[in-house]
Design a protein around this ligand. Sequence first.
Ligand code: SAM
Length: 276
Amino acid sequence: MLRNGLYIISTPIGNLGDISARALDILREIEVVACEDTRVSKKLFSLLGLDLHKKFISYEDHSEEQKAQSLIDIIESGQAVALISDAGSPLISDPGYKLVRKCREQNIYVTAIPGACAVITALQISGLPTNRFMFAGFIPNKDKARQDLFGELKNVDTTLVFYETAPRLLKTLATAEKIFTGREAVVARELTKMYEESVCGSWKDLQNHFMETEPKGEFVLMVAPPVQKEVALDDVRKILSQRLNETSLKTAVKEICAQYGLNKNEVYALALELKK
Ligand code: SAM
């Protein structure tokens, strides 16, 4: 018998075979399912051969506070509640964060049954560095917001991962080319599905590919980390001391880090040393 609590259960992102044995066991046993769209979840249950005689409750983070509390009340009455998304891992660009936070505040048992997630699946096949990455969620639809987000992330020294939709892909690639100039990129599409594809190359390669083949399905965009420009320590010293005569320490450090992709703390320490 399941302990009362919240069970965060990952479901497939396309290929039904990716549901885990543990997820199936729990979904078979559980009586209450919190989900985004009850119709989508019921369809998933029938495709997986699961009994539909359960209580399906729709839950979104922006739905009233009361919804989260009523799920917690169900748990406190002794029941186990599953949280599932339309596809993939709950809470990853999907609802659940506020519910989990509320559960934590009220000392409710929370556990996760891991499984498919588009960010991780895309990274695994990308050929880009995976030792450090930053997942930045969905790319905003408005031009200015998209540019601002890319500008903000331009100097982050990790692989960047975004979710994107088919109709916006070409616009996004054009903006990305201007801001992440010269960086390698990968677009992964329809992961785990029949038309799975991953295309890598320059921004121009990607734009040409998706101008020839109309973008269809679900997309993950990944951008390689900024290229580290090789620069000798002596050269950094020279450039830094020159800039320190012309501008503030903060500005000089910021500029040189951005220009040569150097570590901010290290350049800052060097600047302090030079100032002395
Ligand atoms: N929680 C999900 C997960 O674990 O990946 C993501 C949900 S989010 C609302 C949906 C977005 O995830 C899609 O617009 C797409 O960017 C990405 N995505 C989901 N499934 C995908 C797939 N099979 N292939 C490529 N991207 C996918």
